[in-house]
Design a protein around this ligand. Structure first.
Ligand SMILES: O=C(O)CCC(=O)C(=O)O
Ligand SMILES: [Fe+2]
Length: 306
């Protein structure tokens, strides 16, 4: 089990989140816990899993020859320490505060490791394109979803830390903004800037702290030019009542590339999934408010307030 600090939730921070579209939290994980999580990351990318289940998504490299970005969705399925973080009511309470909702469920997590590239790394391979998360999640009914990005080391521009476009969550959903996998930040900036103010601000996060960003906030990240890998544990959350919107363009054929209109979470609703179904059940755990059932159901010990 990973121990999680009790942090105080201040109105001032909520106001920052609402105004800028993101906020940096105080220290949630002590260094000892961060070290454990780093080991979990390395084990995951070594295909060393704690459970009989195997990953929801494959471990893959972005691009054809790219070994700079390693990513796995739903690390909580396969790694017990990550499971104890993702399901923790302490995380749930923080996310409930920012989404201003009485209930928080997990959409999915992401285990992301951006390899050290060294100071000569100016290439795009480790980049994550400017995108809006909700553009990838249009099957969901809620644009009030939010993400916690937990830094496992000091994270800043130089090691390819995440950057957000301040205030962009107020622009609404932009066309074709499901561009996480694109690499050319400059051309994406030109595509999305339009008449908006493009205020590119790095999320400077100390190890053990996290950022929380709104699902309509534009964000992306550049090359890691340090000699250390950059690791981030990412928790995407839904507020109370989030449901499946059904096929976005029911008349269109669903193709593998139909990105925002097609999401791997939908098959998790089962073969009878219908428009209006809540993203609920074992695949979408309720992490706030805490229920005594959770530890038994997911066979894990959680750090919780007593
Ligand atoms: O890790 C990054 O640089 C970006 C991650 C991201 O897109 C997210 O947390 O939603
Ligand atoms: Fe994102």
């Amino acid at each position: 089990m990973i121990k999680i600090n009790n942090i105080s939730l201040e109105t001032e921070d909520l106001n920052t989140y609402k105004e800028k579209g993101y906020v940096i939290t105080s220290k949630i994980f002590e260094d000892s816990e961060i070290e454990k999580l780093k080991k979990s990351f390395l084990r995951i990318f070594d295909n060393d899993y704690d459970r009989d289940i195997y990953p929801f998504d494959r471990v893959y490299n972005h691009g054809i020859d790219n070994k700079l970005l390693l990513k796995l969705n739903n690390g909580w399925w396969v790694n017990d320490e990550i499971r104890s973080v993702i399901l923790s009511p302490k995380i749930g309470e923080i996310m409930a505060f920012y989404m201003e909702t009485p209930e928080v469920r997990i959409w999915h997590d992401q285990v992301v490791l951006k390899k050290s590239g060294g100071k000569n790394n100016t290439g795009n391979d480790g980049n994550i394109g400017w995108h809006q998360d909700y553009a990838h999640w249009q099957v969901s009914s809620s644009t009030n979803m939010a993400t916690m990005w937990i830094a496992l080391q000091d994270t800043f521009l130089e090691n390819g830390g995440m950057r957000t476009i301040v205030g962009s969550h107020k622009w609404g959903l932009q066309n074709d903004a499901d561009t996480f996998h694109e690499k050319d930040l400059k051309s994406l900036e030109n595509k999305f800037k339009d008449n908006h103010k493009w205020i590119d601000e790095p999320c400077i996060i100390k190890a053990g702290h996290a950022s929380v960003h709104h699902c309509l906030s534009f964000h992306g990240s550049g090359p890691n030019k340090t000699n250390q890998d950059r690791m981030g544990l990412i928790i995407h959350c839904m507020p109370k009542g989030t449901f499946y919107r059904g096929r976005i363009n029911p008349k269109n054929k669903i193709k593998l590339g139909s990105k925002g209109n097609r999401h791997a979470n939908v098959p998790l609703l089962g073969p009878n999934a219908r428009k209006g179904d809540l993203f609920l059940g074992d695949n979408f755990p309720v992490i706030w408010p805490f229920s005594n059932e959770t530890e038994k159901k997911y066979n894990i010990k959680l750090d919780k307030k007593i």
